[in-house]
Design a protein around this ligand. Structure first.
Ligand code: G3P
Length: 214
């Protein structure tokens, strides 16, 4: 299973990369806006740190605009994956970009049929947003199960990125279902490493060591 980090923050990416936990990076306009720096500069810097797929999202909502932006983004680095919103224009753009050899990540996916369309358009990745589905009292991980099953039925190559991850259980469920990737915010990634019994056990070892005759 691959871990992507869901952030545009260079310090977080650098730290998680040092742990060996970053196989790729996903960004979105909201994450970029939080950093208060230029989009291209941030994306270039991320590409220098991480050798893996780096998702950068288009802002245009029409087909022509998406294609134009995607061309510019793809020129930044070979590892760029163009993130395209799941709309009719987005699906058309995904088809064209796939034909041109540009990698895509179809984002804002909330139903299995949207994911099926993304795969049929040739998307490299699809991003179901599990946390936002949970937020409206529905079951985000059920969507991931359905997508993984459908893609398995027809041997689609599109890889499933579990996105909008809000807690460690989302990562556990993604792994149990067999999703290809979870894209994880830094705060959740840190929590994956923690367990109160680890902390308690370590403290006991160190206390005993201090007491022992040496
Ligand atoms: O990268 C997109 C996605 O992970 C957004 O997450 O928490 O804003 O729903 P969230």
């Amino acid at each position: 299973m691959k871990f992507f980090i869901d952030t545009a923050n260079i310090a977080e990416i650098t730290d998680a990369y040092a742990m060996g936990m970053v196989d790729g990076v996903t960004t979105n306009p909201s994450l970029i806006a939080k950093e208060g720096r230029g989009f291209q500069d941030i994306i270039k810097e991320i590409c220098e740190i991480v050798d893996g797929p780096i998702s950068a999202e288009v802002i245009s909502t029409d087909y022509d605009g998406m294609i134009q932006e995607a061309g510019k983004l793809a020129k930044i680095h070979d590892n760029i994956v163009v993130k395209i919103p799941m709309t009719i224009d987005g699906i058309k753009a995904t088809k064209t970009l796939t034909e041109e050899g540009i990698k895509t990540n179809v984002t804002l996916v909330f139903s299995p049929l949207q994911a099926l369309m993304a795969a049929k358009a040739g998307a490299t990745f699809v991003s179901p947003f599990v946390g936002r589905i949970d937020d409206i009292s529905s079951d985000g991980m059920l969507l991931v199960e359905q997508i993984v099953e459908i893609y398995g039925n027809y041997a689609f190559d599109t890889q499933v990125i579990v996105a909008s991850v809000r807690n460690p259980l989302h990562v556990l469920d993604a792994a149990l279902i067999g999703a290809d990737i979870a894209t994880i915010p830094y705060s959740v990634l840190s929590r994956l490493a923690s367990h109160p019994l680890t902390d308690k056990g370590l403290k006991a070892f160190l206390d005993d060591w201090k007491k022992a005759e040496k």
